[in-house]
Write a protein that binds this ligand. Sequence first.
Ligand SMILES: C[S@@+](CC[C@H](N)C(=O)[O-])C[C@H]1O[C@@H](n2cnc3c(N)ncnc32)[C@H](O)[C@@H]1O
Length: 289
Amino acid sequence: MTNELAGLIRQSAHQLARAQVTSPQVDAELLIGHVLGLSRGQVQAAALTGRTLSEESAAAVQTLVDERARRVPLQHLTGRAPFRTLELHVGPGVFIPRPETEQVVQVVLDRLAQHGPPRPSVLDLGTGSGAIAAAVAAEFPAAEVHAVELSAEAAAWAELNLGPHGVTLHRYDMRELPEEWQASFDVVVSNPPYIPAEAVPTEVEVREHDPHLALYGGGADGLQLPRAVINAAGRVLKPGGWFIIEHAEAQAAALRQICAADPGLDEVTTHQDLTGRARATSARLRSAA
Ligand SMILES: C[S@@+](CC[C@H](N)C(=O)[O-])C[C@H]1O[C@@H](n2cnc3c(N)ncnc32)[C@H](O)[C@@H]1O
């Protein structure tokens, strides 16, 4: 093991590449940055100026790189996941927020900006780390945001992330929301579990570290929970309110069909992520005639 930063980056990236980590160089720089309290850019700059590390820091880096080489998610090792403007607290027991979900938040924000009342109420079903709810609250401070989560472990992480943004967290099964929530929300958003039971993820980080409750949607098509979200939205949305749901690209047509077949819904729209994949669907609860 070297104490010279540039060499340590090279060695660490090489070890991670051998372990088939997808972005070995980035992960090596981020892990080193985590130990040194530096951003990735600062690590690169320090390497160029020939910085060296103490024995202690180099050993701490090696421990983290060994863990990452065993395919422990990067975010579990740093304890943080970037999400839109936020740095969320994450770790074992909670789903790591994904970049495509940032686009789901954008759809919510666009709907709020175009159609929302001055103080809209927003409900995030299956909030996990609280990513969607916290981002909406941070970027649309006029919204009153509520979040629902079933898992106690996930809820503990959500508390950390939602508290600073004034989001109210509720421990419920999204299939059994309280009666008194009927027709209460302007927007319902969800990134529910949606993976079909047989489609076990190949990525070790996902298969072994994301909670199963967060991954599998139920049923051969994985759509039991997504259907539950649509049902719940039909009950708790105000007439004219919107819901937005994330799903797999292969499920876009099915989701569109489910929404189009529901006489209570209109304005069914499929949304693409930044790579052009159909990864979310929105619809509006019809206003009373
Ligand atoms: C795919 S994760 C999404 C987490 C977060 N919204 C995000 O986008 O990063 C789905 C979340 O739904 C939660 N969940 C699963 N079944 C649920 C249920 N029946 N009621 C409430 N939450 C549930 C899981 O624990 C998990 O946190």
